[in-house]
Design a binder for this molecule. Structure first.
Ligand code: ATR
Length: 271
């Protein structure tokens, strides 16, 4: 039986084995899918020893995995990070399905029209880099990258190479930016336990949609803020997780699974 795995640290509570096993059952594909603990230092050796045909990569390994690839897709190159590895005769091929997963969750599951929208992206680390290109490709009008360390926001904006639409700002500029149609929290504040600096309520309007790329307890502070600020929808990253998994599943097996029942299952599990 072909073996697949998600690599990261910490990894014990990853939902990816449950999601991929459900997709496999649904599509009649025989596979084994494991969660394997690895750090930046141990990852190459553990990957080589694992015998997997494909891998999902999560925190903190997405940049290390990118550097480990023999070839990468255009969207992985733009993100500078890889969340999907496929074994080939030449070596590992890297892809990044995070941005496509977010856009599909927003547009198809939650009915959000991204065209010509004004978007706030909080954070400029790996998670922000993973989703920014797909948001631009979805036809948004403007992307404001706001980061505590404004030099990292500048670096991400430069890397995106779209100065007409992408603007970098420091956190102190938030009160001057007006309202956004979509607010994306791509910081790791919810995971690290260090709270986000205060967010002005004026960023949100009754039409606004807010989404935290994290899920579970890590998404609570930002989604609670979004509800208090009057956003139409305050979403977590669980839908994105299922959609990026479906996109990876399609890369490996050539079949797109039906994500709705699997999303309902993991939603029940995490609520
Ligand atoms: P990830 O891959 O999850 O993006 P990362 O590359 O370490 O992880 O980036 C973490 C992001 O969350 C950064 O944008 C970081 O801001 P800085 O670059 O200023 O450090 C942001 N972040 C983490 N904790 C934060 C907090 N408490 N408040 C604001 N931003 C925070």
């Amino acid at each position: 039986m072909r073996r697949y795995a998600v690599f990261g640290s910490p990894i014990a509570h990853s939902l990816s084995p449950r999601i991929h096993t459900a997709f496999a059952r649904q599509t009649g594909i025989a596979l084994e899918y494991l969660a394997i603990e690895a750090t930046r230092d141990t990852f190459p050796a553990i990957l080589a020893a694992s015998g997997v045909a494909g891998a999902n990569i999560t925190l903190p390994l997405k940049e290390v995995a990118f550097a480990h690839c023999r070839s990468v897709s255009a969207r992985a190159r733009r993100a500078g990070a890889v969340n999907t590895l496929t074994r080939t005769d030449a070596g590992w091929h890297g892809d990044n399905t995070d941005g496509a997963g977010l856009v599909r969750d927003l547009t198809e599951r939650h009915g959000v029209d991204l065209r010509e929208r004004r978007v706030l992206l909080l954070g400029a680390g790996g998670a922000a880099r993973g989703v920014a290109p797909a948001l631009l490709d979805a036809g948004i009008d403007a992307l404001y990258v706001v980061n505590r360390n404004s030099a990292r926001a500048d670096a991400l904006a430069d890397a995106l190479g779209d100065p007409a639409r992408v603007h970098a700002r420091g956190w102190d500029a938030l009160p001057t930016l007006g309202e956004f149609d979509l607010l994306v929290n791509a910081t790791s504040a919810g995971q690290t336990g260090t709270p986000l600096p205060p967010l002005p309520m004026a960023l949100a309007a009754p039409r606004s949609v807010a989404v935290d790329l994290a899920y579970g307890r890590a998404a609570v502070p930002f989604t609670a803020w979004a509800r208090a600020a009057g956003c139409a929808q305050a979403l977590d990253g669980l839908g994105m997780l299922v959609e990026q998994a479906a996109e990876s599943f399609q890369c490996w097996h050539g079949v797109r699974p039906d994500t709705d029942p699997v999303y309902a299952d993991v939603r029940r599990l995490t609520d």
